[in-house]
Ligand binder design. Structure first.
Ligand code: UD1
Ligand code: UDP
Length: 370
């Protein structure tokens, strides 16, 4: 234990999932571990439900901002975080991933002269129009201690000139969370699922803010649901865009529902014939669970899932989505080809490693007051 102040910032559904074990380990390692929720996600089923299921303690600070405009949202988060940092005086700020909360936590730290650590460093889709790519590139380039989830992440950082002892290859924190909760989900979840089904999640800005792309995905899902039941928990952002454009896909086999809690979702994912998704987290979890993945994007930052054959990129191309879906359902050989080469995610105790390395790095830098 030590008395330096560590602040961990988060605010969205994937950050809650990916950080739950990191928070536990930081609490164990550091006497003064302060957790801050930015309020980016706030609906019960995008936020509090996850805090309860994943047993995350109540945040020490919660920001108060609800702007629909990403620039105002970012500005408000940075400004409020700088006040929190001013109050708690962190020795290091920890952020994860690529959301606006990640960027705000990082910028506020560097502008306050605080050491910054980034978990999930080095992920690149190489598409700079993507808000998440902009966020992760900026955060990596201003971070002092970086935790990469894969060898590819380390190589991406190296290609951008970020090398040396500040870069640590630790693996992905999500994998431990997924493995820890799978049996709990199977025994506790009461989610009502068809016997055989496909699972769909769509929320990426490029897919839902472009009317043609969203329409193509929803049309495909409707067609697939004539061959296999489809479970489609709808992200609030997607729901908003579907309402705006009055898109109401419907068929007997299509089960549209609000976002699922983590345990229900994990059970649903583990039992699915395949998943059609544009989520980064879902892509990784499906890979671990051996569920074939159709990713509705042109590229992915989780390149290893494509390299090992577990994931096919189908973009928002109706023909590619439908043809691949039908082949998975009807052609056992094709379906088996997704899992033939196994999973690239074999790491364990990633969160524990991160807390240990952070502790040692602070000591080495002379930040720890021993
Ligand atoms: C954000 C992240 C994305 C991540 C996703 C995880 C950014 C730029 N994007 O996208 O990387 O994959 O979270 O789910 O940070 N809304 C609600 N209730 C909520 C949350 C959002 O109604 O609890 C609606 C609001 O209208 C809001 C809109 O969704 O304006 C967009 O929310 P925002 O957090 O900005 O982006 P996401 O699409 O959720
Ligand atoms: N998830 C969930 N319920 C859902 C959809 C997703 O619990 O209805 C979980 C999923 O298991 C994964 C995380 O949310 O752990 C991924 O978050 P999201 O897809 O919102 O964001 P991304 O990973 O794309 O940033």
């Amino acid at each position: 234990m030590s008395d330096e102040v560590v602040v961990t910032v988060f605010g969205t559904r994937p950050e809650l999932v990916k950080l739950c074990m990191v928070i536990e380990e930081m609490d164990r390692r550091f006497d003064n571990h302060v957790i801050v929720h930015t309020d980016q996600h706030y609906d019960y089923d995008m936020d509090q439900l996850f805090m309860e299921e994943l047993e995350i303690r109540a945040p020490d600070h919660r920001l108060s901002q609800r702007s629909e405009n990403p620039v105002e949202q970012l500005g408000a988060m940075i400004s409020q975080l700088s006040h929190v940092y001013g109050e708690v005086k962190p020795d290091v700020v920890v952020v994860l991933g690529d959301t606006n909360s990640t960027l705000a936590g990082a910028l506020a730290a560097k502008k306050s002269g605080v050491l910054l650590s980034h978990i999930e460093a080095g992920c690149r889709s190489h598409d700079k129009t993507m808000p998440e790519e902009q966020n992760r590139v900026v955060v990596d380039h201003i971070s002092d201690i970086l935790f990469a989830p894969s060898r590819i992440g380390v190589e991406n950082l190296r290609d951008e000139g970020i090398t040396g002892p500040s870069v640590h290859l630790v693996g992905s924190t999500l994998i431990d969370v997924c493995r820890r909760n799978l049996e709990i989900a199977r025994s506790k979840s009461k989610v009502d699922l068809p016997e055989r089904y496909a699972l769909v999640t769509i929320h990426r800005a490029a897919n839902i803010q472009d009317r043609n792309r969203l329409q193509a995905i929803l049309d495909s899902v409707e067609i697939i649901s004539e061959s296999i039941p489809v479970v489609f928990p709808v992200h609030p952002h997607t729901s908003k865009m579907m309402k705006r454009w009055q898109m109401t896909p419907a068929s007997e086999g299509l089960k549209i529902c609000p976002p699922l809690g983590y345990l229900d979702f994990l059970k649903a994912l583990a039992g699915a014939e395949f998943v059609l998704t544009d989520s980064g987290g879902v892509q990784q979890e499906a890979q671990v669970l051996g569920v074939p993945i159709l990713t509705a994007r042109k590229e992915t930052e989780w390149v290893e899932t494509v390299e090992c054959g577990g994931c096919r990129l189908v973009d928002a191309d109706a023909e590619a989505i439908i043809q691949n879906s039908l082949r998975i359902i009807n052609d056992d050989e094709f379906r088996a080809s997704f899992s033939r080469r196994g999973s690239p995610y074999s790491e364990t105790e990633v969160s524990k490693k991160i807390a240990e390395i952070l502790f040692e790095s602070l000591q080495w830098r002379g930040t720890v007051k021993s």
